[in-house]
Design a protein around this ligand. Structure first.
Ligand SMILES: O=C(O)[C@H](O)[C@@H](O)[C@H](O)[C@H](O)COP(=O)(O)O
Length: 234
């Protein structure tokens, strides 16, 4: 299922309303955030328009993937989230579980696996996030599972250590079993450069089988698109 929005801000409002409802309905809400640049404007909207209405202390924050860099690095998804969201809303610091990118990559992955296993409720034998936010690269990757390492999707581990295909940068990423065990997945995809992959995945054409983003369980996924990303859909 997909929805098409005028702007990232409208995507932010849609997500904000969902977070407002779910935090009113249940106890702690376990969320895995996406990284990259798309979430910035969405997190800013949440900070600006939902800081007071959402009980942020009820949300337990994780990331679907993280670059193996210190939390102060400009590449850090944690830093991006802190700057655009956490610094502006009343989260509970003890409810923020970042990948320790300052560790050696293997250690960071092991530490994050242990943290998720300790903190996230288990359903169907796997950690279950209430909400999974995902982005999609213009190569069809999601989280940090890239086409050249698509085999990582099927790993039995909670996380795997991946590498960016161009820079070789190490990243810790959730794997397909955990992503597809989420209660609700939202793909946040905007921009003209994503339109071709969106069209291929939605219409099961071209090389869609090579795209990790195409492996996300569509029965629990809503694609939140802007008009540019949806421009090739009929
Ligand atoms: O760590 C990351 O980079 C992300 O988690 C990654 O999966 C991202 O969502 C896509 O690459 C889209 O990135 P943009 O939003 O920058 O296009």
């Amino acid at each position: 299922m997909h929805k098409i929005f005028e702007s990232k801000q409208d995507i932010g409002r849609y997500l904000g309303d969902h977070l407002l409802n779910i935090t009113q309905d249940k106890g702690d809400v376990y969320i895995a955030l996406s990284g990259g640049s798309t979430p910035k404007a969405i997190f800013e909207l949440l900070a600006k328009e939902y800081a007071k209405s959402i009980d942020w202390s009820k949300i337990v924050f994780f990331w679907g993937d993280e670059r193996c860099v210190p939390p102060t690095d400009s590449e850090s998804n944690f830093r991006m989230t802190r700057e655009h969201l956490f610094d502006h809303v009343d989260t509970r610091a003890i409810n923020i579980f970042r990948v320790k990118g300052e560790l050696e990559p293997e250690e960071a992955a092991e530490d994050y696996i242990e943290t998720i296993a300790e903190q996230v409720p288990v359903v169907n034998g796997l950690p279950q996030f209430d909400i999974m936010l995902l982005g999609m690269g213009d190569d069809g990757h999601t989280a940090s599972i890239f086409p050249h390492q698509i085999k990582l999707w099927k790993s039995n581990n909670i996380c795997e250590l991946a590498q960016h295909p161009d820079s070789g940068q190490f990243r810790v990423t959730l794997t397909g079993n955990v992503i597809n065990n989420s209660k609700q997945v939202f793909f946040l995809v905007t921009g003209e450069n994503k339109a071709e992959k969106v069209d291929e995945i939605f219409n099961k054409k071209g090389n869609y089988k090579q795209y990790p983003a195409a492996l996300v369980d569509s029965t629990k996924t809503e694609w939140l698109l802007d008009k540019a990303a949806a421009s090739l859909l009929k």
